[in-house]
Write a protein that binds this ligand. Sequence first.
Ligand SMILES: *Cc1c(COP(=O)(O)O)cnc(C)c1O
Length: 359
Amino acid sequence: MRKFNFCAGPAALPEPVLAQAQQELLDWQGLGCSVMEVSHRSPEFTAVAERAEQDLRDLMAIPDNYKVLFLQGGATGQFSAIPWNLFGGGSKKADYIHTGQWANKAINEARRYGEVNVVASSEDRNFSYAPTADAWRESDNAAYFHYTPNETIGGVEFPYIPDVQSPLVADMSSTILSQPIPVEKFGFIYAGAQKNIGPSGIAVGIVREDLLDRALPDIPRSLSWKIAAEAQSMDNTPPTFAWYLSGLVFQWLKAQGGVEAMAELSLKKSQMLYDFLDRSGFFSSPVQKESRSRMNVPFVLADARLDQQFLKESEEAGLLNLKGHRSVGGMRASLYNAVPVEAVEALVAFMADFEQRHG
Ligand SMILES: *Cc1c(COP(=O)(O)O)cnc(C)c1O
């Protein structure tokens, strides 16, 4: 029996997508073998790859002067790839906003290759908010400006897109495809797939073409966006199954009404949970209201001694993976696209009952 899964990643996948993959696993497209067992250069797989790209372009309204890349090494690989690909264009300086653990990892990696200017940080209040635009000033002549629109661990989401001079780079791992975004405002967008796209093992990169000529000369081949773009993301063997499954998720998203429908749903789901948290005298949200994430909702119990009890009972109730990140404790419910409204309704009902009995 499928249960409601609130895992932060690898996260829930749409059930119809899993059912389709299961149904065609042994004999894919009448070839007598699975999609995992054909050449990535075969016409059948090439069609899968091209359709996935086109569907992603349609979903996100990606302009023609952007390349779509399917990459390996996760979002973490891109923490390194970004400085490698952008520090060779004349400036080895970059601006970063520090909003928590993922931003921090990106910053530390960039520091190995150039100068990082942390233009704003929310460390003063335990990373519980997104700094506002008046809090920072860009450097002159930065190679790029990096931020994390949604901090998956802290549950902090930027309610705005920074308006900056240098190319804007965004780690959208946990928020991509959850609402329409103006891609033309960005130089590079990237996301590990395992939150809001598909299985782990693949990452998506969306890069403005004019940025493909700014790499450091010694860039490792596997990190080069330019080489990936020229090879249709097949300079080496790509993770074909993850690519195929991500493509099925894109088709599913289109059938659901695309990112507009996801925006509406994500608001509805997160609002339902935040409303409950704000009414509750027992559960609470540690995140400042204006910066609360629609995707990841951390919450704490008034009495941390009940955490284990909460996790045990919630699991028995068919609500999986509510434990907060090991570094921050408490609870976290991730409400990605594949998590249905019914899951949040069941969670809120369970929490209300738990509060009645233990609060
Ligand atoms: C999960 C996550 C990452 C790390 O992704 P990997 O694919 O494991 O490297 C990076 N940034 C954000 C915002 C994430 O949510």
